[in-house]
Design a protein around this ligand. Sequence first.
Ligand code: BGC
Length: 869
Amino acid sequence: MTTIRVVTCKTEYRINPIGLDVRKPRLFWQMRSDHEGGVQSAYQIRVASSRDKLEHDQADMWDSGKVCSNTSTHVPYDGKPLQSEGEYYWKVRIWDGSDMQSAWSETAYWMMGILSRGEWNAQWIGRKTEPGALMQPSPFLRKPFEVKKKVLRAIAYATALGVYDLNLNGERIGERLAPGWTDYNTRVQVQAVDITDRLEVGEHVLGAILGDGWYAGTVGFLGNKVYGERPFFLMQVSINYEDGTRDNIITDSSWRTSKGPIHYSDMIKGETYDAREELTGWLLHGYDDSSWEAPDVRSGYNGLLVAEVEPPIRITQTRKPVSMKKTEAGTYIYDMGQNMVGWTEVKVHGERGTRITLSHAEMLNPDGTLYVANLREACQQDHYILKGEGQECYEPRFTFHGFRYVELIGYPSEPDLETIVGKVVHSDMPVTGQLETSDAMVNQLYSNITWGQRGNFLSVPTDCPQRDERLGWTGDAQIFARTAAYNMDVSRFFSKYVWDMVDCQQPSGAFTDVAPDAGWIRHKNWNTRLNWFAPDNSGWGDAGVIIPWTIYLMYGDVRILETHYEAMVKWVNYLKNTTNELVRPGYANYADWLSIGADTPNEVLATAYFAYSTKLLALIAGVLGKSENEITYQALFSDIAAAFRKAFVANDGRIHGDTQTVYVLALQFGLLTEEQRKQAQHHLVADIHERGDRLSTGFLGVGYLLPALTDNGSLDVAYKLLKQEAFPSWMYSIKHGATTIWERWDGWTEEQGFQTPSMNSFNHYSLGSVGEWMFRYMAGIEADPKAPGFKHVIISPKPGGDLSWVKASYESLYGRIAVAWSQTEEGDFRLEVEVPANTTATIHLPDLAASVHKVGSGRYVFESISMLN
Ligand code: BGC
């Protein structure tokens, strides 16, 4: 007899989230079936206002009844209105295809946050600026309080204009670099922490340390104080006592503040910490804060206080160095063995007043010193001044660095490999992708791609983590979004980033080059000495459509499309308004950024991307049931494609510019006639061959290059490019020791050494967008836009490139999808596929007959024995 179960109940993509502000949170679960072809035919959800009620089947908030549906993701709560700070417990049971019923799932829950502004009693507090100080010391804030009665539930809601660390009785209770980066003029995210278990009857102390963060600290090359002068903190703790009464602890003028050991801590400029100035005991009860000041209370905040959407920033790994070398200057250079992002913790024993410095860089100069020229105005140095009290341990707080090498300067004794440890810091997104092949270099490439994501997905998708830039470049984000979504669960990360884009969408409808904008447009105008400069660039602003579409495709999230539909319409209208007979001239100032030996004309790029945004918008309108709009945008797309052909495609199929990128964009965006497709493919392949089987694409072309070749019958060429080791290629960087994706193909070459230091990052994920091809084509795990979120999985592996095997898996919202193929030199082929319950798959075998199998959930093995045997 078949048994079915329900597991992994989530609310808004999370397990048991708290502090939500979505009025109709979406519920998710997974079906497990011990038989093939398990499908859900119906579900029933029950939601109650207490665990007890739910256990006694009193669904006082919502009982969906038995709903005949195979939907098991994004089911919106549809019960009684949710209350501010309400807690809701839920369970679900399902029926399968033969109407067999599962047991109820385990109880899951979510808690709402503070839903209206009027319920916020807390005040924003900070500390007055130190006169004359160029870099401001971090404010320390404390509040002792007493809990007199037994606590039933206590939730701390906190946020900052700036960044904050939150502590209760000396223990950290919050995450790192919270609340992340938003356009603070528009919104700030509120974090919620359940502290019930920590609030016993007795004395307690809440303590917060503030950093300038993106709010008041240095943002890229845009200077500091972009949003405000100095940081402020806001917190409200809601305590429910067992006797039914309630209490609040809020930030207000009763708190005390002081400066402490952190002289400054800046994202771009590093940190200085003087341990002699530590405020020993400040986080404990009984500390004498009489010398502290009253806080500076800010008069208010005009932006929105929203529940945190993005995943928290965390230390996700610690790494030991792999080697250490003493330099002639008496310093020590450590190699972490991996280009990473985060910071270093150091242990030290020495005399009071000794100053040690940790300096970080991605590469070494030929003479073995740190290569810091590419950091521009960034200073990846943390300074620690010893208090001289035995073993001391230090790590910085409100900064981060991109580095593989760490130089330890001024260390008072002989350090060793245990002296430092690297902390890997980023937005903590669950890993969803695994990929391994028989080729070690391909595996290293995949590793480099994932490290690029780890290093650059820190609150926003940054271009790079090391120099004075670290901005949310929209073009980089869109080209990598699909790869990112295979590697990790980016549902929340990108949902938040789309808000960042929408928050700085221009009145014209233009999405900007960077989001949050942080003054980039102003900077650009100033820099170019123009009064008006297009805020957007083709392939950049288009992220405002491409990213929501990607989230829809990978997760089946319709709400992101609904929510931002108007913004996307505005964008496409803006594009249309800036064309000349549907050809967009000159709106692609970054062109095919960092292409190599092949300049793609701006107008070709701009028109191609205009067509693509329009095409996606038509699809989105279709998903949302706006059929009139769908028809309008489809027609507009056809017209743009026709205008593109007229303006740029010659009779022999050559496209203006004649670069690999013009062909791949025209092919992948569907801009050509059948005849022209063949010609384009021919010209594309010919160009690759002429270059000795090498690519020339930049950021915009690279993501589509291997897919275009594969879709149009040149899989062998795609593999040649993947495995090419000569310059320019991915493997060239790997042959020279790369552990992350470089910004430029020629970041370092045998002939030239380092590229110009003014723009030479060794951790830029954009050219790593080939990861998408590795999953979709090489492994063959493909989403279906007609049944998105992998409700229907397309399995279509494409063996080649002398790989004898590939194994890949993707943790979808329904569960694990896995593919493992192997082939022998004789041509025997074996494919193993795993399909999760409540999904179906179409498996395309790469055999001579190109056979197709439609299957339900389960594990399948296909073997084909070569005719040669
Ligand atoms: C960034 C890129 C970005 C580009 C725009 C650079 O400075 O590092 O990643 O997309 O500017 O052209």
